[in-house]
Design a binder for this molecule. Structure first.
Ligand code: RIB
Ligand code: CA
Length: 317
């Protein structure tokens, strides 16, 4: 039985890799893709999702645009990492993929309500759409299997010394999600900053000469260079694809169960995912937190996915 997912994303180089990995997997059924403002403005992340679906020839996947800003705060984007377009580094095809007129929040609500099996929500951007869906229609929780999100960290950060970007951008939405009572899996920077594609691997992919690899290689090289320049990280941390990979092969990470809350009022700590690693609060864990990654396994999953999409578009499978 395939795992039914809705991927909520802000493409974004690593969101693109998450879409590709999910689309290549026999284990997952993508019920839809929704977009949110984050890495770039809402119009750009939406257009990028359309471009990616056009590139991989999956215009059949339902697509809906979501929030252009966080629930109460002003939008903060990440052009220093993803560029002006949000997917700088290679030319993607025109945004030809069709899309639904409804808002992403309503798509999530309607799709979850009507699914014959429980749905797994996979957010890889700020949690605005997910938080709003849970606020607008809390009854959908009974048909959500789990929420497997890219965001946060226990011991790492990338936006302030205490916070990760997705949670920092919309901490109120994030708190709604972490405290909603559903099983939450947090794939945070503790593992994703170690899920690196090397410059050499990006060059190897570029050399494959396929329709997908010819775009993925240069995009990953751009993403790796931006992370090296900005954080000193020597490679492309494919945060969002690792999150999807945990649904395909759970051996790719190891989890710990913690109670996690989200700071929404701190001046220095806005958006920090505060994990009770020693159980000092006495609160029951609400979150499976990925704390160790098998990057060799993850990279083999990722490289195989690109090869599979190359072959599929070449008519080989
Ligand atoms: O902090 C990394 C996360 O923020 C990733 O999901 C990246 O795409 C951005 O959304
Ligand atoms: Ca993202």
């Amino acid at each position: 039985m395939k795992t039914k997912i809705i991927l909520d994303c802000d493409p974004g180089h690593d969101d693109m890799m998450a879409i590709m990995l999910a689309a290549s997997s026999d284990e997952l059924e993508i019920l839809g893709i929704t977009t949110v403002a984050g890495n770039q403005t809402g119009d750009k992340t939406f257009e990028n999702a359309r471009r990616v679906l056009t590139l991989i020839e999956r215009k059949d996947i339902p697509l809906a645009r979501g929030a252009d800003k966080p629930i109460i705060r002003e939008l903060i984007t990440a052009p220093q990492i993803h560029g002006t377009s949000g997917l700088d580094g290679a030319e993607l095809p025109g945004p030809d993929a069709p899309y639904l007129d409804c808002h992403a929040v309503d798509f999530i609500i309607d799709t979850v309500k009507t699914s014959p099996e429980k749905v797994t929500l996979v957010p890889t951007g700020p949690l605005t759409n997910i938080g709003l869906a849970l606020i607008k229609a809390p009854e959908i929780k009974k048909n959500i299997k789990e929420i497997v999100l890219m965001g946060g960290a226990v011991y790492d950060s990338n936006m302030t010394p205490g916070a990760e970007f997705n949670i920092f951008v919309d901490p109120e939405a994030a708190r709604e999600v972490f405290l909603c009572g559903l099983p939450v899996t947090m794939v945070g920077l503790d593992v994703t900053n170690k899920s690196l594609m090397s410059f050499a691997q990006a060059e190897e992919i570029s050399g494959w000469g396929g329709k997908i690899s010819s775009v993925v290689g240069p995009l990953m090289r751009f993403f790796a260079q931006a992370n090296l320049d900005y954080f000193g990280i020597n490679g492309a941390p494919i945060h969002d694809a690792l999150t999807v990979a945990t649904l395909i092969n759970p051996a790719v990470v190891e989890f710990e169960n913690y109670f996690v809350d989200v700071e929404t009022r701190g001046e220095l700590t806005r958006g920090q995912t505060v994990a009770d690693v020693y159980g000092v609060t006495g609160k029951k864990p609400n979150c499976r937190v990925a704390m160790r990654v098998n990057n060799r396994l993850f990279m083999s999953i990722m490289m195989d996915a690109v090869k599979k999409l190359d072959a599929r578009l070449a008519g080989a499978v």
